[in-house]
Design a protein around this ligand. Structure first.
Ligand code: PLP
Length: 403
């Protein structure tokens, strides 16, 4: 990987913050955008823009072609069997809400159980809790070790005749733990239970093959993989999606409407009511092509090197506590130093031009499990460098000395 060439693709990395070069280590929250992604959006608005699917005219057909080509790019990227299995949504959160509503409507009844884990993001907890309030379903939680790994023996024990779905993160946004989703899926399938994988933090960092994993559902957000905000994906096996009712009603998702009866469109359109963000889907495809051209294996190796280097350097800092010591870990380091409040650390690092995230990271149940209020989190992307890790370490040392 030619890191300087890659960095040059991201104009924002050249800016300063408080007169210091920006060190952007908040990639878990959102990633910066390469020029090609922004240009894809500008070009489509300037030269193609028209509403998709409904027009006979030239521009509408061209916009439709771009939108459907983006679906094919997503299919190829995660190796889905068919584009019918790629539903465009607004992001991971909407994809999981769609699942809770639609899968919930079709398959979940009072007393049925959904298994999640102790390290889930709120977006993989709250939609199920809302469903629990509506329908009386029960959430079962896979516990974790102090190192931040799922306790797989306990997972196996959570299955009952009422288990209907397992819904787990591929990678924890706080601990960086890469969960053994292939094993999780294998176990669930032995109980005839489908699995939804929250891929928000895995898709940008590793090669994902939904068929090899045998995932029943897989969700992610474009903005975390160098694409635009407001677009995401729900992958689902056709055999499940076919049995699920629409999530929202409106244009695009129907075949025929009369006041007596409406028939619904085929997959994937059944789940895509209203005008889609067709500019965003083109930009997502551009982002996926961009990372594919660099190579997901290369990106994973680069980020892993940064993780090892940063961990080893940060461990030398007196009072350093790193949360998340899983053997399989992605480029995320959550930490606290002594009794310095995470908010103070984050604010002072910011003054040095270093962007990190502080707080509970939308994972309050995990914070309760760890017995803390929040952490400081540095999360790496494909454009980060060892020099930036050095700047982070120097920053943490400087802030520590102030307390
Ligand atoms: N799941 C995980 C593991 C996440 O890290 C995030 C975002 O941080 C989400 C879900 C929600 O993603 P979005 O806000 O893009 O819908």
């Amino acid at each position: 990987m030619d890191i300087n060439k890659i960095r040059a693709d991201f104009p924002i990395l050249g800016r300063t913050v408080y007169n210091r070069p920006l060190v952007y280590l908040d990639n878990g929250a959102t990633t910066q955008k390469p020029r090609c992604v922004v240009e894809a959006m500008v070009n489509e608005y300037y030269s193609v823009n028209a509403n998709v699917h409904r027009g006979v005219h030239f521009l509408s057909q061209q916009a439709t072609e771009l939108h459907e080509a983006a679906r094919e790019t997503v299919r190829r990227f995660i190796n889905a069997r068919s584009t019918s299995e790629i539903i465009f949504t607004r992001g991971t959160t909407e994809s999981i809400n769609l699942m809770a509503y639609s899968f919930g409507e079709a398959f979940l009844h009072e007393g049925d159980e959904v298994i999640v884990s102790a390290m889930e993001h709120h977006s993989n907890i709250v939609p199920w809790q809302l469903l629990a309030q509506r329908k009386g379903i029960v959430l079962r939680v896979i516990p974790i070790t102090d190192e931040g790994e799922l306790i797989m023996e306990e997972y196996q024990k959570l299955f009952s005749p009422r288990t209907r779905l397992v819904s787990v993160a591929h990678v924890s946004n706080v601990l960086g733990t890469v969960n053994p989703v292939a094993d999780i899926i294998h176990t669930a399938h032995a109980h005839d239970v489908p699995v939804l994988v929250d891929g928000a933090q895995s898709i940008p960092h590793m090669k994902v093959d939904v068929q090899a994993l045998d995932a029943d559902f897989y969700v992610f957000s474009a903005h975390k993989v160098y694409g635009p905000t407001g677009v995401g994906v729900l992958y689902g096996k056709e055999k499940w999606l076919d049995q699920m009712p629409p999530y929202q009603g409106g244009g695009e998702m129907i075949q025929h409407v009369s006041f007596e009866r409406t028939t619904f469109n085929e997959l994937p359109f059944k789940f895509e009511a209203g005008t889609p963000d067709y500019i965003g889907t083109t930009a997502l495809a551009t982002a996926l092509d961009y990372v594919s051209a660099i190579g997901m294996e290369q990106i994973a190796a680069h980020e892993h090197e940064l993780l090892s280097y940063a961990t080893q350097r940060m461990e030398q800092i007196p009072g350093m506590r790193i949360f998340g010591r899983a053997k399989q870990k992605s480029g995320v380091i959550s930490f606290l130093v002594g009794d310095i409040h995470h908010f103070d650390m984050g604010t002072l690092l910011d003054r040095l031009g270093i962007a990190v995230r502080t707080g509970h990271h939308c994972a309050q149940p995990l914070m309760i499990r760890l017995g803390i209020e929040g952490t400081v989190r540095a999360s790496f992307g494909l454009y980060n460098t060892k020099e930036e890790v050095d700047t982070l370490v120097a920053g943490i040392e400087r802030v520590s000395k102030m307390f």
